[in-house]
Design a protein around this ligand. Structure first.
Ligand SMILES: [Zn+2]
Length: 374
């Protein structure tokens, strides 16, 4: 398993450039006796490949299970050199490791290999290796879930293998473009409206960060102005809001929109008899829906039982992050997210705890076995 992981992280696979890894996984899956196909998601998002889907036929009549992980990584993710040190695998410090989410991919491949080699009875495993998770869950969004027979399963895409994430936030993506009025800042500032000042007023009074135990909000990017001696005409601010509770999410998004509108309404100037007012154009869209897998459903029951049986108890939890599971659930599947042992993800310090990685694979293998017994 660790050898497989070391090999996978050496294959560059930034978002939209998952062609090489998809090819390798498709051929490995076919060699295991799975039916493999690649969908058209790649064409739709301008990438090298679509999502890789595989079906390993079952030997029992029970319900099939879905196992999913994403093939793409964040930057800096090219030329990864994995280093195995004690109980860890890390990068050499120049790049991320890419254990997010190749640890999930490696676990799934190992589980399939073990099922086949040891002839373990199961009711069918459907694998979805997605593209472009890191750039907005795009592969999952373009995946047609009616291609699956299974109704439930797991995404392997979080850190601590003692947790099964069954709840996650819905998220809104927000962009505000504040427009003021350009003027020479030294000669005639009274003929201008500073878009940066309007934006600042809006942001200064805004609830951001951890808004409540279930809700977070962030403005993460700001861009505007042309020069130090020009009253800035335009400022663009991008951000997001998330909440486990959709009503709270709507309230937070409304609050942020209102602050911008109120700040703009306070600014107007009259130049040569013409009244100019600051304005705000906004783009607000639902990025993804919440993850909400009921505690009493089959997949949760099977994972908890499997974890106890392999001596590595797991508890269900809520996460503040979004992943492909959010999208799959919104499309009618029941998919929870199990940790793989990865840590410090999206940084050059990223590493993988080998013990936890193996423990996660044991839990998944046992879950597949139990699930197939219905
Ligand atoms: Zn991930």
């Amino acid at each position: 398993m660790t050898d497989e992981l070391m090999a996978l992280v050496r294959i560059d696979s930034l978002s939209r450039r998952e062609g090489a890894i998809a090819k390798r996984l498709a051929s490995d899956l076919a060699a295991l006796g799975a039916e493999v196909s690649v969908d058209d998601a790649g064409e739709r998002v301008g990438g090298e490949t679509g999502n890789v889907m595989a079906r390993l036929p079952g030997t029992l009549p029970g319900p099939a299970i879905v196992l999913s992980a994403h093939m793409d990584t964040v930057v800096p993710g090219e030329g990864v050199v994995p280093v195995r040190e004690g109980g860890r695998i890390r990068s050499d410090g120049r790049t991320i490791l890419g254990g997010d989410d190749k640890s999930g991919v490696a676990i799934i491949m190992e589980v399939l290999r073990t099922l086949v080699e040891r002839r373990i009875p199961h009711a069918g495993v459907e694998v979805v290796f997605t593209i472009c998770e890191e750039v907005g869950l795009l592969g999952a969004k373009h995946f047609a879930v009616d291609r699956l027979k299974a109704k439930d399963g797991l995404v392997l895409d979080s850190d601590d293998a003692s947790f099964l994430f069954t709840k996650g936030p819905a998220a809104d993506r927000l962009e505000f473009t504040v427009t003021g009025l350009e003027a020479h800042s030294g000669i005639c500032p009274e003929r201008g409206i500073s878009a940066i000042q309007v934006a600042s007023e809006a942001i200064a009074g805004m609830r951001l960060g951890r808004v409540d135990p279930e809700t977070t909000a962030n403005l993460g990017l700001i861009h505007g102005g042309a020069a130090a001696n020009i009253i800035p005409k335009e400022t663009v601010i991008r951000g997001e809001a998330r909440s486990l509770d959709e009503k709270k999410l709507d309230e937070q998004t409304t609050h942020m929109r209102r602050r911008f509108a109120e700040a703009a309404a306070r600014h107007e100037v009259t130049v040569d008899g013409v009244v100019h007012r600051a304005s705000v154009a906004e783009v607000v869209e639902r990025d993804y829906d919440r993850l909400h897998v009921p505690e009493d459903c089959a997949i949760v029951r099977d994972v908890l039982r499997a974890a106890r049986q392999v001596g590595a108890p797991v508890t269900t939890s809520a996460t503040g992050g979004g992943c492909d599971a959010n999208v799959f659930n919104a499309k009618g599947l029941q998919i929870a997210n199990l940790g793989t042992g990865m840590r410090a993800i999206h940084t050059r310090n990223e590493y993988l705890l080998i013990d936890e990685f193996i423990r996660s694979a044991r839990i998944v293998l046992e879950t597949v076995r139990l699930h197939g017994m219905g």
